[in-house]
Each structure stands twice: as structure tokens, then as C-alpha cells.
Ligand binder design. Structure first.
Ligand SMILES: [Zn+2]
Length: 489
């Protein structure tokens, strides 16, 4: 039997387009933040492509692409330029797109991905700057059946960065991991929201198969129209199977562009890809070339935040597990909160890290999950949560009570100590205060007592639970255990 895994090797390269979150568009002063705006309200003669207008380069966009290039380990060109790409489609009215051809701003980078514990390096060929196109909305008249298209120019001219990988990716899972890491890095450095569902982050893939053990590149299929990481994974998995079937039945894979049909879970042929020469690139005559001084690039490098991999490694040095460090460094807001929380605690660094990690991955994660919220939405400042954590650390309240106080804090914003005092939640650690209660519980539960005496250790847990219930979780569980054992002897 022929299978992808044994007979063929999968070769994947990805092209990712990312919107930069600059205030204005790439070549005009229109606001680039058009989400939710009425169609055609973020427009001017430049982004409408009117004759006689002149584009002006958005310096912030150049700064952002350099940040992205540095974060992706690229070389930053000293000299770069813009080119015109002939573009005969209605979503760019001026008939061309300003892009970059032979002298991109960034090239020769890499990104490490890890799948099933194996780390592999994916080389990045280039990262270049261009402008986005307008958006076409296709409609059909419900009465006459006539088809027509509407055009929304708000998106036209928004700064767009294209990140092109070498065909170094070897499986759909690796492709997904590459995208996850890429998005994570772009969000960390704050240059893009990188939301695939909202079109800030779009991915096209090239995929081909070759007999295992050879190093020729076969005809590749370009897959488009994938709107989520899941869709990329499914589309590439489908394409991998489809090409393996064609090849193993003696056929040849046709070089073509195929679109992913997310409902039918298949790829279908689309218009064939133009050769690069069809675009007839030539240097953009309306824009000066870019000269990027080494000093300027160095200043940007200095300002780059610590990146996720480095942060995860640093968190590991606090004694956290790979898993904990990975989750806590996943997004920057969570990592920053964790570090503020840890700094506000008292005690040995490893203990502070453990306590902070437990709160972050326990109650804070639960609170966010229940609301499907991001870290930014969490209402309690790290210093306030630290106060609560320290009440548990010092034995003022039990862990069980702390969860109630946590819920109260997130709802009212009140300080932990104030809640504890007002509601009388302090832990009962006085043996004389608890002994009477312990005796009462023993009297009220003869069955459990008999079980315990018959050697069932679990029965003592039940009895502890009863005491905790009587005290609304305030009893020191360790002390209750001691007292119970004593009284049961
Ligand atoms: Zn404009």
C-alpha cells in the first residue's frame, strides 16, 4: 500500500501577508484602522488611484517591517526600492500595485518550529513591503438573478508585509506550527494584530510531493483561500493525500492554483498562476529608493522586546516546567502579567515563580476561559492578586477560601484583605477552636468513623471535608487532619 509517510516526502513553502497596525495607510494619510467603518469612508485621491496624485512613504511602516525582519533573523538591506507590479484586476483601480521585486527590505531569515519535540529550522527567503488592495464583494440580485460586484476601497493602501518562506516545511503540522510562531512573534513585537479570521494575516501555500530519497522539486500546487490555521492544516493534509494518490497511480500532478472549499473539505482548481513576467515589474518612478542606515536599524534592534523563545527559556530558569514556561510566554500580555505578579510576591524566586504560575494557570486562566477573554481583559492588577496570593502563603486564609476571595475581587475590584476582614474569612488555626467541631463531626458520622477504623484511609478525607464545610472552608486542613487522627485513636 502506498502512503504519504513512507513513499513520499512533502515539500511546503508558505507566503504570508500581514497587515501592519500603523495609524495611517502606506502611501497616504487615510486611517488604516477601517474595521467596522462604512464602506469607502477611509479614502482619498491617492488610495483611490486618481491620476496626478503622488504617494508618500509611511515611515512607521518601514520601521515595523524592519522590526519584523529583525525578529525573523533577516538581513536588513542598506538599499531597497519599490516596484510597480502590473495588476489588471478591479480591486486596484490604478492598474498596478506598489510592491517590491528584486530588492526587498529583508531577506535570508529563519524561524525555528517544534513538532512532536523535534525542532526544525524553516528559512525565510524574503520579507517585503507592499500595499493591500480594495475589497470586492460579490452579490446576486435575488429577483433578476443578475450577478454584480461592489467595491470597498477602505482596505486599499493599507500597509501589507509579505513573508515568503523557503520550501523547508515537511508536513501540514509543521506548516501550522510555523504560522502559530509567526503570528506570536508579530504580536509580541506589536506590529500587527495578525488575526487570520479578520484578514490581518493571510496565508497561501505551495505544496508538492517527491519520492522519498530524491531531491528534485516536483510540480507544485498553490493553495489559496484558507481562513484559519485549522483550514491551512486541513487543506494541506487533503492536498498531500490527493497528490500521493495521483503519483502512486502513475499520473502526474498538474501545476496549478487550487482553492480550499471549507465546507466540502476539498481543494478545487482555480485560475492558473501568472508567471512573474506577466506582472512586468519596473521601479516605481514616484517613490525615492530607501536607504536604511545601520545606526537606525541598530536602534530598532535595541528596542525589540524579548521574543517568546527567549522568554520561555528564561522562565525555565525560575524552575518552571517546559509546559508552564511555554504557556506563560505564549502571549506578551500574559508573560508581562506573570512577571509583575512574581515581582510583587515575597520569598525565594523559585517559590515566587511557582506561586505566580499556579495562579496564572489556575484561577486566572479559568476566569479568562469562562469569558473567552484575552489577558488584557483581566480586571485585577498584578499587585492586588499578589496580595491575595500572599494571604495564602502566610496561612492567613486557606486555598479554598482564596478562590472565593478571587471571585469577589474580579467582580468588585475590592482588595483581598478587605474582603477577608469584612466576611470573616481568616483561617482558623487555633486547635481549641477546631477540636469541638471535630468531635461534633465524628459524632454525626458514625459510618465514616467505622470505615476509618476498618482501615479505609479515604474515610478521613470525607471527615475533613465535613469540617471544612462547617467552617465555610476556613479551617486549616493540616490541623483538622491532625485533630481528627488524634480524636479517632
Ligand atoms: Zn488615502
Amino acid at each position: 500500500m502506498t502512503t504519504v509517510a513512507t513513499d513520499f516526502e512533502t515539500i511546503i513553502g508558505l507566503e504570508v501577508h500581514v497587515h501592519l497596525t500603523t495609524a495611517s495607510k502606506m502611501f497616504c494619510g487615510c486611517s488604516a484602522d477601517y474595521a467596522g467603518a462604512e464602506p469607502n469612508t477611509h479614502v482619498c485621491p491617492v488610495c483611490l488611484g486618481m491620476p496626478g496624485t503622488l504617494p508618500v512613504i509611511n515611515e512607521r511602516a518601514i520601521e515595523y517591517i524592519v522590526m519584523a525582519g529583525l525578529a525573523l533573523n533577516c538581513e536588513i538591506a542598506e538599499y531597497s526600492k519599490f516596484d510597480r507590479k502590473n495588476y489588471p484586476y478591479p480591486d486596484l483601480m490604478k492598474g498596478y500595485q506598489i510592491s517590491q521585486y528584486d530588492l526587498p527590505i529583508c531577506r535570508n531569515g529563519w524561524l525555528d518550529v517544534e513538532v512532536n519535540g523535534e525542532r526544525r529550522r524553516v528559512r525565510i527567503q524574503r520579507v517585503h513591503m507592499e500595499e493591500d488592495t480594495a475589497k470586492l464583494i460579490h452579490r446576486q440580485d435575488p429577483v433578476t438573478g443578475e450577478r454584480y460586484s461592489l467595491i470597498d476601497v477602505n482596505r486599499s493602501g493599507v500597509p501589507l508585509v509579505e513573508i515568503v518562506s523557503y520550501p523547508d516545511i515537511r508536513s501540514p503540522a509543521e506548516a501550522r506550527e510555523y504560522l502559530v510562531k509567526l503570528r506570536q512573534i508579530l504580536r509580541y513585537i506589536g506590529v500587527s494584530r495578525a488575526n487570520m479570521e479578520e484578514g490581518d494575516f493571510r496565508c497561501d501555500a505551495n505544496i508538492s510531493l517527491r519520492p522519498r530519497g530524491t531531491d528534485v522539486l516536483g510540480p507544485k500546487v498553490e493553495v489559496k483561500n484558507m481562513n484559519s490555521f485549522r483550514a491551512v492544516f486541513e487543506a494541506l493534509s487533503f492536498e498531500e493525500r490527493r497528490q500521493a494518490e495521483v503519483l502512486s497511480s502513475g499520473g502526474a500532478v498538474v501545476q496549478e492554483t487550487r482553492g480550499w472549499d471549507d465546507e466540502r473539505k476539498v481543494t478545487v482548481p482555480q485560475r492558473t498562476k501568472e508567471e512573474a513576467s506577466d506582472y512586468r515589474y519596473f521601479p516605481e518612478p514616484d517613490l525615492p529608493p530607501l536607504r536604511l542606515s545601520r545606526e537606525w536599524v541598530e536602534r530598532i534592534r535595541q528596542r525589540l522586546p524579548e521574543l517568546p523563545d527567549a522568554k520561555r527559556e528564561r522562565f525555565r530558569t525560575f524552575g518552571l516546567s517546559e509546559y508552564e514556561a511555554g504557556l506563560l510566554s505564549e502571549d506578551r500580555a500574559r508573560a508581562d502579567y506573570f512577571e509583575r505578579l512574581m515581582a510583587a510576591l515575597e520569598g525565594e524566586p523559585s517559590r515566587r515563580a511557582k506561586v505566580a504560575a499556579n495562579w496564572m494557570l489556575g484561577e486566572v486562566a479559568r476566569w479568562l476561559n469562562e469569558r473567552e477573554a484575552e489577558m488584557e481583559a483581566f480586571p485585577v492588577p498584578a499587585e492586588r492578586l499578589a496580595e491575595l496570593a500572599m494571604l495564602v502563603e502566610r496561612g492567613t486564609i486557606t486555598g479554598q477560601v482564596a478562590k472565593k476571595v478571587f471571585d469577589e475581587m474580579t467582580a468588585t475590584g475590592e482588595a483581598a484583605s478587605a474582603i477577608v476582614e469584612r466576611a470573616g474569612l481568616a483561617q482558623i488555626s487555633a486547635a481549641d477552636e477546631l477540636r469541638g467541631l471535630v468531635r461534633k463531626v465524628i459524632e454525626a458520622n458514625p459510618k465514616a468513623v467505622a470505615d476509618y477504623r476498618a482501615g479505609k484511609e479515604a474515610a478521613v478525607k470525607f471527615l475533613i471535608g465535613q469540617v471544612m464545610r462547617e467552617t465555610r472552608g476556613r479551617a486549616n486542613p493540616q490541623l483538622v487532619h491532625e485533630l481528627l487522627t488524634e480524636e479517632l485513636q
